[in-house]
Design a binder for this molecule. Structure first.
Ligand SMILES: *Cc1c(COP(=O)(O)O)cnc(C)c1O
Length: 431
């Protein structure tokens, strides 16, 4: 990456976007940006962190940012793709991923979805005993090249965000390993079905400490070792470790990094690195979150009950989680003048409101920022993952354009359109 600090890069991008009309106070009041250099650096950090790249397939969890040009770029950077339904599968195929570089994980795969994935040779992780039975039925009449695994729930407990914790005792995902009889029954499934060769765990996501993730992966690996111990070496060929590395939303540092993740796994589950298993990873948030931001104009300002309020064009339609669960998903916000230059000035507690017609449509409450004025810009930081892919269609507000940006050493910004803004015409739908 070029020598600019993250905040400087954002400012360069914002200023260039204003100059080129990608942000415009009347025609483009809201737009999102992906730092493509940053994405490449994050992918490189992931690849560097794993000791033997040959034995690892890194896939990107499409739900974190499902824009086809983003997926295409990730493919060219050497990533595979993890998908969780027919829409994401279609996006991954459109982005050019080879079927053997795609992993299908979903707790609700239909028979036709399973059949198609197995026909194409896409890796499949079954989520339940019933799904394994379905796969077995399909394979009585079909030969497949797909790697087939089973997702286990290592039941290691809850992180700081319950809704994001996939490995609690009662989580809906995978086969609960500690429930009475399940481990035996799964062992029997491995004995019965030679095509079942992978074990999958995804312990996360945001809010789960590394130790909890490592403990979960450790339990999945111990189960794989047990299968191999009872049924013969290499019966389980590989472990899919899932994703779930949390992201720091407090400042521009990337912590914990992939190197800390690998160091923690090495200490807790050394067997992962002794060459006995092929590995797959499925990171989403940790690759993209810090490489995107969303910018919106301030349309009006007012005070209510003595508190300054900036009415902006960014609200629940682009940041639903932040608006509905502000304590769980707070976002950093930076203030900029109409040219995109960072505003300086004494911090004044302000509400940063969105355009939606409900009172709770606030991106931040009493946030200390230089006092905003109409025509200013606010940037919502760290929105590269799970924001562009989670629109909320309230008030029929159109989805904004998403632009990719690269910054050269001399500060020149190049843009590439990743998603056009939804047009008002697109919202007029009739049967
Ligand atoms: C969401 C998800 C991921 C990605 O999680 P992150 O926290 O974004 O890394 C990986 N695997 C599965 C099965 C998922 O559901």
């Amino acid at each position: 990456m070029t020598g600019f600090q993250a905040a400087e890069r954002r400012e360069l991008v914002l200023r260039a976007a204003v100059r080129r009309g990608l942000l415009h106070p009347e025609d483009a009041v809201l737009a999102a940006f992906v730092d493509l250099d940053g994405v490449a650096a994050s992918v490189a950090a992931l690849h560097r962190a794993f000791p033997d790249p040959a034995a690892v397939t890194h896939t990107f969890a499409a739900k974190a940012n499902c824009l086809v040009p983003v997926l295409e770029r990730l493919r060219r950077l050497g990533m595979g793709c993890e998908v969780a339904g027919p829409g994401e599968l279609a996006q991954a195929l459109a982005a050019g991923f080879a079927p053997e570089r795609i992993v299908l994980d979903s707790p609700a795969k239909t028979r036709p979805e399973l059949r198609r994935a197995l026909e194409l040779g896409i890796a499949v992780n079954a989520d339940s005993f019933q799904e394994l039975d379905r796969i077995a039925a399909i394979l009585t009449t079909l030969r497949t090249r797909s790697r087939i695994g089973v997702r286990v729930n290592p039941q290691v407990g809850v992180g700081s965000i319950a809704a994001m914790s996939t490995a609690t005792a009662t989580a809906k995902f995978g086969i609960a390993l500690d429930d009475e009889g399940n481990a035996e029954r799964l062992l029997h499934a491995f004995r019965q079905w030679p095509w079942l060769t992978w074990v999958h765990a995804h312990v996360g996501s945001q809010g789960c400490p590394l130790e909890l993730i490592a403990e979960g992966i450790g339990k999945a690996a111990a189960f794989a070792d047990r299968v191999n111990g009872e049924l013969g070496r290499h019966r389980v060929e590989g472990l899919d470790l899932g994703g779930g590395l949390p992201v720091n939303f407090d400042d521009d540092r990337t912590s914990p990094g992939f190197d800390a993740y690998v160091a923690c796994l090495r200490a807790r589950v050394p067997a992962l690195f002794d060459g006995g298993y092929r590995l797959v990873t499925e990171f989403g948030r940790a690759l993209l979150a810090k490489n995107g931001f969303t910018a919106a104009y301030v349309e009006y300002t007012k005070t209510a009950g003595g508190r300054p309020i900036a009415i902006t064009h960014a609200g629940a339609q682009v940041a639903a989680r932040t608006v509905f669960l502000p304590d769980t998903w707070p976002l950093r916000i930076s203030a900029h003048d109409p040219t995109g230059t960072a505003r300086t000035g004494p911090p004044v507690p302000q509400d940063i409101a969105g355009p939606c017609c409900f009172a709770g449509d606030l991106i931040a409450r009493a946030r200390p920022l230089p006092l905003l004025a109409p025509g200013d810009l606010v940037a919502l930081l760290d929105t590269g993952a799970y924001f562009f892919s989670t629109p909320y269609h309230y008030n029929s507000l159109p989805e904004p354009a998403v632009h990719g940006a690269t910054v050269t050493a001399d500060g020149t910004v190049r843009f590439e359109l990743l998603r056009p803004a939804q047009r008002i015409e697109d919202l007029i739908v009739r049967p």
